[in-house]
Design a protein around this ligand. Structure first.
Ligand SMILES: [Zn+2]
Length: 233
């Protein structure tokens, strides 16, 4: 029977040297595997730690954002509050302005058009006792007896009568209309308007073509209130 002989000249199956070499080799291999395993474990641990760090970072970031959002909410609430109070303030001012404008308007209705007529030097502020000392409102109701009024008056000296100081009151509520008449026909228009109100004609030399045109046009346009409204000032 053939026997295997090892490099040590021993029976290969029972050689102490071969066996010892094999054990040494296996120990080495085990050592290498252990090292590899340790490395793997280290890598795994590092990875887990990295994940843990990432999670912590994410949690902290979320917390930071939540904090920031809460702060922004608080700030926007404060801004909204400030804005509301500013809106209230503006409303208050607007209300006051509106009130003051109404006061001004009630003190002198159609003030803008009165000013225009005064600047055109066709009117002046005149004071008188009113017709039979009565004051009327815009609807023609008597609001005061024995009344001394200040009125916007058209200058009509020497227009209806020679050598006269004369004026025609422009009642409130009609000032704008009178201004429009002046814009369209000039003084001839004002004269025609006064003539219609008075139901009398001015002096002959003042009855021009323009006057006649204004008179004819206004006569068609004027309503009974145009004739009857008296000044309420
Ligand atoms: Zn051997």
């Amino acid at each position: 029977m053939y026997k295997m002989t090892c490099g040590h000249g021993e029976n290969a199956e029972s050689c102490q040297f071969c066996l010892s070499e094999q054990i040494t080799n296996q120990k080495l291999e085990i050592q290498q595997l252990k090292t590899k395993l340790e490395l793997e474990e280290q890598r795994r641990s590092d990875t887990l730690k990295g994940l843990d760090d990432l999670q912590k970072l994410a949690e902290n970031t979320v917390l930071d954002y939540k904090k920031e959002i809460a702060q922004l909410k608080e700030e926007s609430a404060q801004l909204r509050k400030n804005l509301d109070s500013e809106i209230d303030f503006v409303d208050h001012i607007l209300g006051k302005m509106d009130y003051l404008e109404k006061r001004v308007e009630s003190c002198s209705p159609e003030a803008e058009y009165k000013q225009k007529l005064l600047e055109a030097e066709v009117a002046f502020w005149g004071s008188d006792w009113g017709e039979d000392g009565r004051a009327w409102d815009a609807q023609g109701n008597i609001i005061k007896e024995n009344y001394l009024g200040i009125h916007l008056c058209l200058l009509l000296n020497d227009t209806f009568y020679y050598a006269s100081a004369d004026a025609e009151t422009v009642p409130n509520g009609m000032v704008k209309r009178v201004w429009e008449i002046y814009e369209k026909w000039g003084f001839d228009g004002l004269l025609a308007w006064a003539a219609l109100r008075r139901k009398e004609q001015p002096l002959k030399p003042l009855i021009t073509d323009k006057y006649k045109e204004a008179y004819a046009s206004l006569e068609k346009e004027m309503t009974s209130s145009d004739y009857n409204i008296r000044d309420a000032l």
